[in-house]
Write a protein that binds this ligand. Structure first.
Ligand code: DSN
Length: 444
């Protein structure tokens, strides 16, 4: 029975979310729109099957078709990144990026061994072992001994000589790069050199850049890294999932770390969706898409800088732009909500040397993967950049109170006042006029 008949409550919510995704400008850099084919695969009968183990080595009966599917997905993954199957293995079963990183770390390191990874406010990721002084926030930090490297104070990009020095002192067993809010390309050759000079493995987490690497617009880490982890739902435009590529000698340990060490049965319906997305990513149209994603982000970064905003690192090489709002006087919380009421969805984010918190940080992070999937280009970026700078300027004098009680009252007031603001209302209308001209694509 169709959901419209069997469960009206959920059906109504699906329709509402679909309308929201159509009407707004989705500019969270880790989000994208999957194709109809990907969604059909994820909603397919593969959802019904248990398939613990690897192809042809399953613990359950009835897996002959699943074996074909998973083998096809792995073949497509290796082909997309032009990897020799005699030298590289790939695991497509990890449920998403954080469990995938946990599986890699658990496969390569004994408990208590050292990790050197990117500091979260400098663009890193929680799953690389985030901890605060006196608080081991993540399981990785509880099990392993984690130290962070930082961006340079002046340039807010990595100084690889400093990372080399730190690696010599820390002597990690694993060096990790990659994250969520670093707008510049990582020098994978240099990072691998640093790792190998101290006897460490190099894990490149390219979750954000996967589609840009597949499309040939960002540098591939494969010639240098020992392990490459990527999620499949960001620039790669697949369903929510992950792939772990590893040098052949590490692959069996990583497979066993994913299952049975960390997970149970893999989500074969997701693997079906990943396989479809990998097929789509191999096309010339996808390479053109990846190029446009970066071009669009660079146009936006240029417009923001021209408007006097502090774009971290002075631009971007990728799909994302990070704005440090402190010099503008605006509060990231207020800006993020004002933009949402104007139908522009970004996220507030910590920035290098932030003196705020993760809930009330000093920056906003925005990206172009989803709006580029809708076909938006230079002309639309000019409009969008103009709207964003106008909103920032119009709310820059609204101060977020320091005091906790005052802040609670302020939030209630803002959620009434911002939607009623005339500038925000006008831009919200202009945004929906634009998005109506760029429907969310059903097929690419
Ligand atoms: N939450 C993702 C992001 O937004 O970058 C990373 O896990």
């Amino acid at each position: 029975m169709a959901i419209n008949t069997s469960d009206r409550q959920v059906a109504v919510l699906i329709t509402a979310e679909s309308k929201r995704q159509q009407e707004v400008l989705e500019m969270i850099p880790s989000e994208n729109y999957t194709s109809q084919a990907v969604r059909e695969a994820v909603g397919s009968v593969f959802i019904n099957k248990y398939a613990e183990g690897q192809a042809k080595k399953r613990y359950y009966q009835g897996n002959s078709v699943v074996d074909e599917l998973e083998s096809l997905c792995k073949k497509r993954a290796l082909e997309l990144f032009q990897l020799d199957p005699d030298q590289w293995g790939v695991n497509v079963q990890a449920l998403s990026g954080s469990p995938a990183n946990l599986a890699v770390i658990a496969a390569l390191l004994e408990p208590g061994e050292r990790i050197l990874s990117m500091y979260l406010p400098d663009g890193g990721h929680l799953s690389h072992g985030w901890q605060l002084p006196g608080k081991k926030v993540t399981l990785v930090a509880k099990i392993w001994d984690v130290t962070f490297y930082h961006v340079d104070k002046g340039t807010r990009v990595f100084d690889y000589d400093e990372i080399q020095k730190q690696a010599k002192e820390v002597k990690p067993k694993l060096l990790i790069s990659g994250g969520t809010a670093y707008p510049r390309e990582i020098d994978h050759k240099r990072m691998a050199g640093i790792a190998h000079s101290v006897g460490a493995y190099y894990l490149a987490d390219v979750s954000h850049e996967a589609g840009l690497i597949a499309g040939g617009v960002n540098t591939s880490p494969f010639p240098y890294a020992d392990v490459v982890m990527m999620t499949t739902h960001k620039t790669l435009r697949g369903p929510r999932g992950a792939m772990i590529f590893s040098k052949k000698e590490l692959s069996s340990a990583i497979d066993q770390s994913v299952f049975p060490s960390i997970q149970g049965g893999p989500h074969e319906h997701t693997i079906a969706g990943i396989a479809v997305a990998l097929g789509e990513a191999k096309t010339p149209a996808f390479s053109a898409y990846a190029k446009q994603v970066v071009k669009n982000a660079q146009i936006l970064a240029g417009l923001f800088m021209k408007a006097g905003l502090d774009v971290v690192s002075g631009g971007t090489d990728k799909h994302l732009v990070l704005i440090d709002l402190r010099s503008s006087g605006a509060s990231a919380w207020v800006v993020a909500w004002a933009l949402e009421y104007a139908n522009i969805v970004v996220n507030r984010n910590t920035v290098p040397f932030d003196n705020g918190t993760s809930v009330y940080p000093s920056g906003i992070r925005l990206g172009t993967p989803a709006i580029t999937t809708r076909g938006m280009k230079e002309k639309e970026m000019k409009l969008i950049g103009g709207w964003i700078t106008e909103i920032i300027s119009s709310v820059k004098d609204i101060r977020l109170p320091e005091n906790k009680e005052e802040r609670a009252a302020f939030i209630i007031r803002m959620k009434k006042e911002l939607p009623a603001d005339k500038t925000i209302q006008r831009i919200a209308k202009e945004v929906t006029e634009l998005t109506a001209k760029f429907p969310v694509p059903e097929r690419y």
